[in-house]
Design a binder for this molecule. Structure first.
Ligand code: UDP
Length: 460
């Protein structure tokens, strides 16, 4: 029988490449051939971070790249420029790539399905134009997707201006009676801190939200029970989360942009159960020197062991307090990039100080770890609301009048979280719910199986 050859296209950011790679690993293990499309700017970093023993051809995933159209002079952090160049040039590059693959393949090897990140919604249009079935994949909370689906309505009714999506006044919004209300000042595109970026971001969200409409399938990295009230508003959306790497990850590709430092795992083995504070801020958070310094002092004053992921771009290299690393050396590990899923699954972990990116949120929930929330921007504040107010598996950190989370606030909240048995019990309940969902007969697993069957049926 003809094999399914799926072309998978993530938005070129870490929090998008990782979940689509997890999905690709799963599909590859279920007989799909995968062509995973990076943009040229992150292709090398993904390839460089592959585990030495991995052979992407052998496990059925081929990594390729196309340009994102960015002007080579544009700074790496020029996100507005990236958004504009992606929509202007990538549809054409993608179409050329698909044609090239199809022209050089026999019938059994042609692309039979496109799986596009909804943040690259235009790719659904490309696939449909080429008469290829397409799946749209949403990498964030369904709550955020619900907000996006209401954009046009909010523009029409004057709640948002149509240029930058700025709310005309602050108000509480509730999209369905069972969903939590949210203040319009939590709309993620308004939390970028830059008006040019906000405009590009808002324009890109609007057009992608329109472009995905013709997809044949809609998948997301969420769990039905965790976001139940949203699903009636997200027609045909199938939750398949939490997507995780298999426990034996040797054969799986992670999609990491930085090489994992796994030496911390043997250190975790030596720590008492439920003792270690794990801190990680995802791939984009920046802490200014003052904030980083204050957090380090807070960590020093707790007597707990800690594991801290400090990627090179998190802060200035000289932000550590003088002598800090030597003073905490006997009870800590600092790594550039942690093997996060394995860390969270480790019995020595007591809590997760997290920036509340959606992947980190799903991973912490799946492992039953209580959260101390440190959101930085965009949807991380919505995710914090889920964690603290809806699911009740974590606590917030509050900034002082100087805009800083003080060491006293950090210490008080860590201690309160570690002593909170209700939060811990609830975190374990959510772990159980997540586990059931991805086990045989669970709704996420059933959705994935049905998706695979449905894709196969289109081939016949
Ligand atoms: N991550 C990791 N090691 C680290 C920090 C992050 O493996 O030291 C992974 C984490 O497991 C998650 C992803 O990077 O899968 C970050 O995605 P998320 O949506 O949480 O945040 P973003 O980077 O998009 O802000």
């Amino acid at each position: 029988m003809k094999k399914i050859h799926a072309l998978v296209l993530p938005f070129p950011a870490q929090g998008h490449v990782i979940p689509l790679m997890k999905l690709s690993n799963y599909l590859s293990e279920h007989g799909f051939k995968i062509t995973f499309v990076n943009t040229e700017s992150n292709h090398e970093t993904v390839v460089a971070s592959l585990p030495k023993q991995s052979n992407s051809k052998e496990n059925g995933i081929r990594l390729v790249s196309i340009p994102d159209g960015r002007d080579p002079g544009a700074g790496e952090r020029d996100f507005a420029h990236l958004l504009d160049s992606i929509s202007a040039s990538m549809p054409n590059y993608l179409e050329v790539l698909i044609r090239e693959i199809n022209e050089s393949s026999d019938d059994d090897d042609k692309i039979t399905c496109v799986i596009a990140d909804e943040n690259m919604g235009w790719a659904v249009k490309v696939a449909k134009k080429m008469k290829i079935p397409a799946a749209a994949f949403w990498t964030a909370s369904v709550w955020l997707r619900t907000v996006h689906l209401h954009l046009e309505q909010m523009i029409e009714t004057g709640i948002l201006d149509s240029e930058e999506g700025v709310p005309t006044q602050q108000q509480m919004m509730q999209f369905s009676p069972d969903m939590p209300a949210m203040n319009t000042d939590m709309f993620p595109w308004t939390l970028t801190g830059d008006s040019i970026l906000q405009k590009s971001f808002f324009r890109s969200i609007r057009s992608n939200t329109q472009d995905i409409k013709d997809a044949d399938w809609f998948l997301c990295n969420s769990v039905y029970e965790l976001e139940k009230p949203n699903f009636p508003l997200n027609k045909n959306l199938l939750p398949v989360g939490p997507l995780l790497l298999a426990a034996d990850q040797q054969e799986q590709l992670s999609g990491n942009f930085l090489a994992e430092d796994s030496t911390c795992l043997s250190w975790l083995d030596q720590q008492p159960a439920r003792s270690v504070i794990y801190l990680a801020f995802g791939s984009t958070t920046i802490l200014n020197k003052h904030q980083f310094h204050e957090l380090a002092l807070g960590l020093e004053q707790t007597s707990q062991p800690f594991l801290w992921a400090v990627r090179p771009s998190l802060t200035d290299i000289d932000a550590y307090p003088d002598g800090f690393q030597a003073r905490v050396a006997n009870r800590s590990r600092i790594v550039g990039w942690a093997p996060q899923q394995k860390v969270l699954a480790h019995p020595s972990i007591a809590c997760f100080v997290a920036h509340c990116g959606w992947n980190s949120t799903m991973e912490g929930v799946a492992m039953g770890v209580p959260f101390l929330c440190w959101p930085y921007f965009v949807d991380q504040f919505l995710n914090q609301s889920y964690i603290c107010d809806v699911w009740k598996v974590g606590l917030r950190l509050n900034k002082n009048d100087g805009g800083i989370i003080s060491k006293e606030e950090f210490i008080n909240k860590v201690m309160a979280l570690l002593a909170d048995e209700m939060i811990r019990a609830r975190a374990l309940e959510l772990k159980d719910i997540s586990k059931k969902n991805v086990s045989e007969g669970g709704s996420s697993m059933t959705n994935l199986t049905n998706f695979i069957e449905s894709v196969k049926s289109k081939l016949q």
